[in-house]
Each structure stands twice: as structure tokens, then as C-alpha cells.
Design a protein around this ligand. Structure first.
Ligand SMILES: *Cc1c(COP(=O)(O)O)cnc(C)c1O
Length: 236
């Protein structure tokens, strides 16, 4: 737990100094602790260090952990691929934001489930900017049109875009993709389409968040730089 505290202090120092160089405020960027594979005690330690928003990428795992967590949290984010048959389970956990709406089909199913419950939910549209088959997300070319369609769904509020950079040892590789998504974000934001209220550009993970923030990200999703390496257990 001492290690978590140390890692967060280091991360906060680096983030503040980068933002200062960019002429931006620390409050400009939301840091989400990605807690997948980590036990509740480790997540509580993160809350105690002042990071109170956290993200999980599997509904099954979230169902086990989210209800066990203390009131130290200010928000549960869902960041993984969502199967439509898990929508109701996920909604029972009251996510603050779903980052990973990766198809119109999923958006329709989610909108219907929310309509049945008479609630609206903030979502981000995941864009597969790097066009890797291993990743979900709408294609860059289809993104704008898909976002407009989702904007017309009464129970979904499109709050921004999300992407995953390339999992390459050199994070510079992802800079052009981050730049591309920031341009699209600014373009759509300027259109002022009804049903769209773009605030969040979720990009940047442990290995590439500095590049992502420099390119305009205002929401970063950090796992291993906080918790150390992940070990995937057998039940995954
Ligand atoms: C696991 C995960 C992260 C965090 O990854 P790290 O490299 O450990 O920081 C961020 N975003 C998504 C969608 C993830 O699945």
C-alpha cells in the first residue's frame, strides 16, 4: 500500500508539472484509477490518496467489487467492451460514465434499457483511431455520423470520445492518433448538435498519458503506473 501512495505522488507531480508547462490547470484533467485485477483493499488505498474515480473493464469483476467498496468513491467508470447481455447488470452498479460505447447496436440496446428504467446516462463513444483489429470502437471515418445518431437517443448523453493508443513501447507512435481524435472532438463540439454535450476526451494510459495530455486529453485512465503490474487470475 506504501507503494501505491508513492506511485500516486510521483504521478501527481509529473502530471502537475506537465500541465503547468502546457499552461493548463491540474483541475483540467480527471485521473481515473484503473482497478481491474486489483483487490478492494488496494482500491481503498487509492481513494485515501485522493483519487476517487475508478474504472473497471469487465462487468463480472465489477459486480464482485463495486458493491464492496466504501463511500470514498465519487464515481465508477466502465471502460471495457460491453456485451449487450450484461447491460442490466452494469446498470445495477450505477456507473458514472461508460467510456466504451463502440457500436450503434450497443448504443440502441443501452438506450432501451435506460428508457425502461427512466434514467439517462453519460457515455463516451470509443473510436478505434489506430484501426487495429484487436480493439473495439467505431472507425474514425464513421465516428461523426455514429455520434450524431447516438445523440438522438433520448436516454443517452454523449459527453465525449475515448480511444486507446497503440500498445507499443514507444508512446510517440500514438501522438498522431491522439491529435486526430482531438481534432474530431473539437470539430463536433463546435457543431452544437442537440443531444451532444462534449466535455471529455478520454485518452492516455500508463505508458502514453503524457503524450495524450500534451495532445489535449482531459481524462486519463491509469492502472499499472499506480498499482504496479497486473497479474491475471485463472477466473478471467
Ligand atoms: C487496462 C486499461 C487501462 C489502464 O492500463 P494501464 O496500462 O495499466 O495504465 C486503460 N484503459 C483501458 C480501456 C484499459 O482496459
Amino acid at each position: 500500500m506504501q507503494e501505491i501512495k508513492h506511485n500516486i505522488e510521483k504521478l501527481e507531480l509529473e502530471l502537475s508539472s506537465l500541465l503547468q508547462n502546457l499552461g493548463r490547470e491540474r483541475s483540467d484533467v480527471t485521473l481515473i484509477a484503473v482497478t481491474k485485477t486489483h483487490p478492494c483493499e488496494a482500491i481503498e488505498a487509492v481513494f485515501q490518496c485522493g483519487i476517487t474515480e475508478y474504472g473497471e473493464n469487465k462487468v463480472q469483476e465489477a459486480m464482485r467489487k463495486v458493491p464492496m467498496l466504501s463511500s470514498g468513491s465519487t464515481g465508477f467508470h466502465f471502460i471495457g467492451h460491453l456485451q449487450s447481455n450484461k447491460i442490466n447488470q452494469l446498470l445495477s452498479l450505477k456507473p458514472k460514465l461508460i467510456h466504451s460505447i463502440d457500436s450503434l447496436y450497443l448504443a440502441e440496446k443501452l438506450n432501451r434499457a435506460l428508457g425502461n428504467r427512466n434514467i439517462t446516462l453519460d457515455i463516451l463513444v470509443q473510436v478505434n483511431v489506430t484501426e487495429e483489429d484487436s480493439k473495439s470502437g467505431v472507425t474514425f471515418d464513421n465516428a461523426e455520423e455514429t455520434i450524431w445518431k447516438i445523440a438522438s437517443f433520448a436516454n443517452l448523453r454523449v459527453r465525449g470520445l475515448m480511444t486507446i493508443g497503440k500498445l507499443h513501447p514507444n508512446p510517440e507512435i500514438s501522438r498522431p492518433y491522439f491529435k486526430q481524435l482531438k481534432e474530431l472532438f473539437d470539430k463536433i463540439k463546435a457543431q452544437q448538435v442537440e443531444g451532444l454535450d462534449l466535455s471529455w476526451l478520454s485518452m492516455g494510459m500508463s505508458h502514453d498519458w503524457k503524450i495524450a495530455v500534451a495532445e489535449g486529453s482531459n481524462m486519463i485512465r491509469i492502472g499499472s503506473a499506480i498499482f504496479g503490474e497486473r497479474y491475471y487470475g485463472e477466473d478471467r
